[in-house]
Ligand binder design. Structure first.
Ligand SMILES: *Cc1c(COP(=O)(O)O)cnc(C)c1O
Length: 494
């Protein structure tokens, strides 16, 4: 039986996995979402001895079931190789009172590499399967990390073109340098004068633009997405939740079957949705802790079942989570209302027209699986200092949000379930924030901070940032948000 991916806004719009990956987004504005979950037995006594790649092959084969085992193996083996600086791919570290699952060992030192190292292979394979010979144009809005990781994956991949939009004043200097120095004839990077939500809204509008789609087709092109709206991003992210559980068992930290919690620093709700899907196939989980920064729209959502984006957008020290319209929440909402596409469409239309919606939850068991909280700027910086003092270990500000929210959750609930904090970026990606949290002296220069960090962390400077200040700048255009579509048309010669 082939797994069906259905649009969250139209029960009749169904596709297979490879079709969903190729399209990225449903043209009715919805997101392709599994309505049933694959029947797969997770025997952790066996899984604990498997490599990351072997676990990836199992999970991907189950969810992407119109790919052959050979195709899956080709994608996995090319993605998770020595681009990662550790053979473990996603090592788990034991700290005082918590575990950290490090997802920043890929080429751009943020967790986006976990999925974006494999997405280009999945997409090219899907195109071949579907007999598509159009050029695939990847349009991507980024809050800082997706853009770089997607370009690193798609640079000079034949038959693809990639255009990335980032908020000019919404990313760290290192994130910006990583993007604007990107090589590859098929890569294009643009700063916009708006924030991430503006970029993401405009990208979604282009996907839903019938005229644009028709013009592209005439020129032999079609759009796809590298954002976590693409299930080709989500499914590879399920793998590390299975792997984390298997590794804890292997290290003797847990008994087989024991429930564990995950605390996930959340922006677009992709990472934590993958955790939810991991529970659906049998990873034993007590709570999924949804951790936000001061853009705490999700904290309120889990407390009140009301989503209200009508609030000031805050620029924080964890920029990859500065998001008020959390795209992937639409998938959870779809499950919460009992996989009802009509209801989901209705709620999403309210979000567009009045900026909020209130939902009547049908599947309360799903809601009970989640806990939610947020950390303000001070709490985030205090957590970086606390974890350093307790462990001599330096966490990045996104990870610190999840760690701080977990600590507050644990203190208020006395839930002593073993908890894994999802560690989404290397501290070297946000060095000034980290160094200022650790030291009395305050610096504003990322590169002074990088050197300072090397002294404190005893982790060598990763290749991704070493010498980046001397790389030639290859992209330096800033445009108005309203000109995004026109710019895409110009770049593609439409
Ligand atoms: C993207 C990102 C997040 C948020 O992940 P979502 O899947 O959007 O919820 C958290 N931390 C870092 C470092 C990121 O790059």
């Amino acid at each position: 039986m082939t797994l069906i991916y259905q649009s969250t806004r139209d029960a009749k719009n169904t596709v297979t996995a490879s079709q969903a990956i190729l399209k990225g987004l449903a043209t009715d504005g919805g997101l392709y979402t599994p309505t049933d979950f694959p029947d797969i037995t997770l025997d952790f006594n066996q899984l604990k001895d498997l490599s990351y790649q072997d676990i990836a092959k199992k999970i991907l084969a189950a969810f992407l079931d119109d790919f052959t085992p050979e195709e899956i193996a080709y994608c996995v083996d090319n993605a998770y190789d020595d681009k990662f600086d550790t053979e473990l791919i996603a090592p788990i570290v034991k700290l005082h009172g918590q575990y950290h699952l490090e997802l920043f060992h890929g080429s751009t030192i943020a967790f986006k590499d976990m999925a974006l190292s494999i997405l280009p292979y999945l997409m090219i394979t899907a195109a071949k399967k579907q007999g598509v010979d159009h050029k695939i144009v990847i349009l991507t809005a980024t809050s800082g990390d997706t853009g770089k990781a997607a370009m690193a994956g798609f640079a000079d991949v034949p038959g693809t073109e990639i255009i990335v939009f980032y908020p000019k004043n919404g990313v760290s200097r290192i994130q910006e340098l990583q993007m604007i120095t990107q090589k590859g004839e098929n890569t294009h990077v643009l700063a916009i004068d708006g924030n991430f939500d503006d970029a993401q809204t405009s990208v979604k509008e282009m996907f839903n633009d019938k005229t644009l789609r028709a013009t592209l087709l005439e020129k032999g092109m079609q759009l796809s997405s590298a954002n976590s709206m693409n299930i080709g991003r989500l499914v590879p992210q399920i793998v590390y939740y299975v792997y984390a559980y298997a590794q804890l068992l292997k290290k003797g930290e847990i008994e087989n079957g024991e429930l564990i919690n995950f605390s996930v620093p959340t922006g677009n709700f992709g990472n934590i949705l993958a955790a939810f899907y991991a529970t659906k196939i049998g990873v034993p989980v007590g709570k999924l802790i949804c951790a936000s920064n001061e853009n705490n729209v999700l904290t309120d959502f889990f407390k009140t079942a009301t989503y209200d984006k009508n609030r000031p957008f805050k620029v924080t020290s964890s920029p990859s989570m500065d998001i008020l319209v959390s795209s992937n929440l639409e998938r959870l909402v779809f499950h919460l209302v009992g996989n009802d596409a009509e209801k989901t469409r209705d709620l999403m239309e309210q979000l567009t027209s009045i900026g909020s919606y209130q939902l009547t939850v049908k599947d309360t068991a799903i809601l009970e699986l989640f806990a939610a909280g947020f950390a303000n700027e001070k709490q985030t910086s205090q957590d970086i200092a606390r974890v350093y003092l307790e462990n001599h270990y330096v966490e990045d500000p996104h990870t610190a949000v999840a760690s701080s929210v977990y600590k507050a959750y644990q203190e208020s609930t006395n839930d002593n379930t073993k908890t894994v904090v999802i560690s989404t970026a290397s501290p070297y990606k946000f060095p000034t924030v980290v160094v200022n949290a650790l030291l009395e002296t305050k610096t504003t220069d990322d590169f002074v901070a990088v050197n300072e960090l090397e002294k404190r962390s005893q982790v060598v400077i990763p290749k991704a940032v070493d010498g980046i200040e001397n790389e030639p700048i290859r992209h330096q255009t800033t445009i108005a948000t309203k000109d995004m579509k026109e710019t895409v048309e110009r770049y593609l010669g439409l």
